[in-house]
Write a protein that binds this ligand. Structure first.
Ligand code: GDP
Ligand code: IMO
Ligand code: MG
Length: 423
C-alpha cells in the first residue's frame, strides 16, 4: 500500500479540511504531517460547522485513526481547547481512542509565541503577517536542536528541560524590550501538558509503515499551501515548514517511493492572507465581491483574506513540486455571480512574457497577463451530479485541465460535505 497525500496548491485555505472529511471514510488513517495551529481547517455537515487547528480532519469518522505527525508543531493549550470544544459538541476522540500523537512532534511554548510577536513587531511594514502562533520560533528551535518534543513530556526531567529552553527565550526577548507577563499562559501550558499525556504517544514512523504493510489505507493531510513552503514558496513570506509532498515524507517517516496519489486542491480563484507577493491580487470592487461571496476571512485569525483571479503559472509550479496526480477544484460557486471570469496565463516581467514565477517576484511584482473566459452566471450550490454542471463551467474545467495538464477529479460547490461532485 502507498500513502495518498492531500495538500493545498495556493496560499492555504483552499478547503483541505472539507475534502479530507469527505474522503476519510475510504481511509484507515489520516495523518497531519506539518504545520501547527496556524492552520484552520473548516468542515461542515448536518448544519454543524467545525474549525480544526491541530487535529486531523478525519476525526468525525469513527472508523478512522487520526495521527498528529512528527513534522507538526503542537501548542498543547490549543490542542486541549480543540478537544474540549469537540467534547462539548458530542465528539470525544480521546475517549474513543481515535487520536494519537507522534512522540517526535515538537511543542510550542508560551515563549515561542512571545518571540513570534516580538520578531513581527520589529519588522514593522515588512512583516510576514504571521498568525503569531509561535510556528517560526518553534521550527527554529527544532532545527537549532533545542526543541522540546511530545515524547519529552514523560521524561523525569521535563520541567528542567522546559526551564532551560524558557531561560534561553527570555534572554533573547530581553533584547526586544519589556517582556509581557505570561504567568497565566504558563500555568495553562503546564495543565495542557498533563492533559496531552492522556492521549497515546506513538512512534509514528513505525505506525504508518506498519499500516502500509498490513494493507491499510493512509491519507496524509497537508496544512498551509505550496506557495507558503519554506523552500519553494514566496520566501521570506512563507511559513516555516515544507508544505509540499516532500514534507509528508519527512513529517511522517515515509519513503518517497511509498507515495501514492497526490491530490492537489485549489480554489477556482485565489486568496492569500498575510504579506508577500500575489500577482493576480484584485485591490478593487471585484476583489471585494470575491471576499464577500467567498467569506474570505481567516478561520484561525479572522483576518481579511486578499483575493484575486486564478493563477495558472503558480498552479503549474505547485503541481510540478508536488507531483500532483489529481486536482480538486473548490469554491466554484463563489464565481456564480460573475458574467466573466479572468485567468492569469502568463506574467510580464522585465519587459518579457514568462510562464513561471520569477525569483525576483519578491522585489519586483510580476504583472499578470489575463485571459477572459465566460462565466456560468447561475446558482450551482444545489448541483449534486456531474450531469447538472452548466456548459460554461464544464468549459472552465476543460480549459484549466488543458492548461494544467492534470485531470480535475472533484468539484466543490459549497462548504457542506454533500456539496462535492466526483467528475
Ligand atoms: P483549509 O485551511 O484549506 O481547510 O480551508 P479553510 O477552512 O481555511 O477555508 C475554506 C473555507 O471555504 C471554509 O470556510 C469552508 O467552509 C469554505 N468552503 C470549502 N469549500 C467550499 C466551497 O466549495 N464553496 C464555498 N462557498 N465555500 C467552501
Ligand atoms: P491552512 O492550513 C493561510 C500564512 C500566514 C502568514 C504566513 C506565515 O488553514 O491553509 P505563520 O503563522 O506560519 O508564521 O505565518 O503564512 N499562513 C496561512 N495562510 N492558511 C494557513 O493554513 C496558513 N498558515 C499560515 O498568514 O502569511
Ligand atoms: Mg485554513
Amino acid at each position: 500500500m502507498q500513502v495518498d497525500v492531500l495538500l493545498g496548491l495556493q496560499w492555504g485555505d483552499e478547503g483541505k479540511g472539507k475534502i479530507v472529511d469527505v474522503f476519510c471514510p475510504k481511509y484507515d488513517l489520516i495523518a497531519r504531517f506539518q504545520g501547527g495551529p496556524n492552520a484552520g481547517h473548516t468542515l461542515e455537515f448536518d448544519n454543524k460547522k467545525f474549525v480544526l487547528n491541530t487535529i486531523p480532519s478525519g476525526i468525525f469518522n469513527d472508523g478512522t485513526l487520526n495521527l498528529i505527525g512528527g513534522g507538526v508543531v503542537i501548542d498543547p493549550i490549543i490542542l486541549k481547547r480543540e478537544l474540549d470544544n469537540l467534547r462539548t459538541s458530542g465528539f470525544d476522540p480521546v475517549g474513543k481512542g481515535t487520536l494519537v500523537l507522534a512522540r517526535k512532534a515538537h511543542l510550542i511554548l508560551p515563549t515561542h509565541q512571545l518571540l513570534d510577536a516580538a520578531s513581527e513587531s520589529k519588522m514593522g511594514a515588512g512583516k510576514i503577517g504571521s498568525t503569531l502562533k509561535g510556528i517560526g520560533p518553534t521550527y527554529m528551535d527544532k532545527t537549532g536542536r533545542n526543541g522540546l518534543r511530545v515524547g519529552d513530556t514523560t521524561l523525569p526531567d521535563f520541567q528542567e528541560r522546559y526551564e532551560r529552553l524558557k531561560a534561553k527565550h527570555l534572554e533573547i526577548l530581553s533584547h526586544y524590550g519589556e517582556i509581557p507577563d505570561f504567568s497565566e499562559k504558563e500555568a495553562a501550558f503546564m495543565e495542557a501538558i498533563d492533559f496531552i499525556k492522556t492521549i497515546p504517544h506513538v512512534d509514528a514512523e513505525h505506525l504508518v509503515n506498519n499500516y502500509l504493510k498490513e494493507g491499510k489505507r493512509v491519507l496524509a493531510e497537508g496544512a498551509q499551501g505550496t506557495l507558503l513552503d519554506i523552500d519553494f514558496g514566496s520566501y521570506p513570506f512563507v511559513t516555516s515548514s515544507n508544505t509540499t509532498t516532500a514534507g509528508a515524507c519527512t513529517g511522517l517517516g515515509i519513503a518517497p517511493n511509498k507515495i501514492g496519489a497526490v491530490y492537489g486542491i485549489f480554489k477556482a480563484y485565489a486568496t492569500r492572507v498575510g504579506g508577500g507577493p500575489f500577482p493576480t491580487e484584485l485591490d478593487d470592487e471585484t476583489g471585494e465581491k470575491l471576499r464577500q461571496i467567498g467569506h474570505e476571512f481567516g478561520a484561525t485569525t479572522g483576518r481579511s483574506r486578499r483575493t484575486g483571479w486564478i493563477d495558472i503559472p503558480a498552479l503549474k509550479y505547485a503541481i510540478m513540486l508536488n507531483g500532483v496526480s489529481e486536482l480538486i477544484m473548490m469554491k466554484a460557486d463563489v464565481l456564480d455571480a460573475f458574467e466573466k471570469i479572468k485567468v492569469c496565463t502568463h506574467y510580464k516581467h522585465n519587459g518579457q512574457t514568462i510562464d513561471y514565477m520569477p525569483y525576483e517576484i519578491i522585489t519586483n511584482q510580476a504583472e499578470p497577463v489575463l485571459e477572459e473566459v465566460a462565466g456560468w452566471n447561475q446558482d450551482i450550490t444545489g448541483i449534486r451530479s456531474k450531469d447538472e454542471i452548466p456548459t460554461a463551467l464544464k468549459n472552465y474545467i476543460a480549459y484549466l485541465e488543458k492548461a494544467l495538464e492534470v485531470p480535475i477529479k472533484y468539484l466543490s460547490v459549497g462548504p457542506d460535505r454533500i456539496q462535492t461532485i466526483e467528475l
